[in-house]
Write a protein that binds this ligand. Structure first.
Ligand code: GUE
Length: 279
């Protein structure tokens, strides 16, 4: 078996065109451009890559993008008050807090005051709760991208065994919930899981989101499985995923590569949330 390697470019181009239309529609209706505010604290390389993608695509699509960059030492209260101000600002439509946050800044404290209807990456308790309960909500962009790519590739989810490796609040956890909503049978694995390979080998759909380059090797994948790599780690300035793609491509039937797979769609999905609202 040799996997189909997913190429996100055609889908990215279609999303870009759709979003340009939506942004124009927004301007017509509101007599101003939609506005996305991003808050980035410190100098995490992956967050910086993502931040630049947002700036560039907002410009191409026709949104205004405000970047608020803070040094690592910034106090929690300053971020909290910035989020409160943006939440009240009538011309700010979406707010995203780029992770990771420094340890002294509590995600709960800063997302609690983020208005749910502007929390376009689903970071706050209201959206996360709504996702858990199956109510309309903003879901973290990566989870939305996973669903969209499975749909795009015509991969059936209902009844399939989906194994998720990783349990972060913007990765594994929401991916597991969205796949469960699509009627998959879901198993969640993480750093403390015993016999990881045995579990991943039983996956029809394997989604990996750990930030551990090379974690998933061919022996851990069932022949013919669908493998989605949502890992993003920067090594020597290059972005790498969690899957040893060379070996896994020989076993899987479908594989999303890093770079060029899920990654380039993530920020477009965030812009989509800003323009279209919760789903
Ligand atoms: N609230 C929040 N939501 C996020 O989704 C979020 C975040 N915070 N903090 C930072 C991480 C990192 N992240 C990336 C997504 C895609 C690429 C990406 O598109 N990478 C390209 C490669 C780019 C290159 O090679 O320079 C690719 O995979 O092909 C990178 C980084 C989203 N994150």
């Amino acid at each position: 078996m040799s996997a189909t390697i997913f190429d996100s470019r055609p889908l990215a181009a279609r999303m870009m065109a759709e979003l340009q239309q939506e942004a124009a529609e927004f301007r017509k209706q509101h007599r101003r451009s939609a506005r996305l505010a991003q808050i980035i604290i410190g100098r995490d390389p992956a967050a910086e890559v993502y931040s630049r993608q947002l700036v560039r695509s907002c410009r191409r699509i026709g949104l205004s993008c405000v970047t608020l960059a803070y040094p690592f030492e910034v106090e929690e209260e300053e971020i909290r008050s910035e989020v409160a101000t943006l939440s009240e600002a009538p011309t700010t439509d979406g707010i995203v807090l780029l992770l990771p946050l420094p340890d002294h800044i509590r995600q709960r404290v800063v997302t609690e005051i983020l208005r749910p209807e502007k929390d376009v990456d689903g970071l706050g308790p209201r959206n996360a709760g709504n996702l858990l309960l199956g109510f309309p909500s903003f879901i973290p962009s990566t989870a939305d991208v996973v669903l969209t790519v499975l749909r795009e590739a015509g991969i059936r989810v209902a009844g399939q065994h989906a194994v998720i490796v990783g349990r972060s609040n913007i990765g594994g956890k929401p991916i597991a919930l969205t796949l469960m909503r699509e009627d998959a049978t879901v198993t969640i694995c993480h750093s403390q899981t015993r016999d990881l390979a045995e579990i991943t080998r039983s996956a029809d759909i394997l989604v990996v989101s750990t930030g551990k380059p090379g974690l998933i090797t061919a022996e851990m994948v069932k022949p013919g499985a669908v493998v989605l790599d949502a890992g993003i780690t920067t090594v020597d300035g290059k972005v790498v995923g969690d899957v040893d793609s060379e070996s896994v491509a020989r076993v899987a039937s479908f594989l999303t590569p890093v770079p060029g797979g899920l990654g380039p769609l993530t920020h477009l999905m965030l812009i989509r949330h800003t323009l279209l609202g919760p789903q």
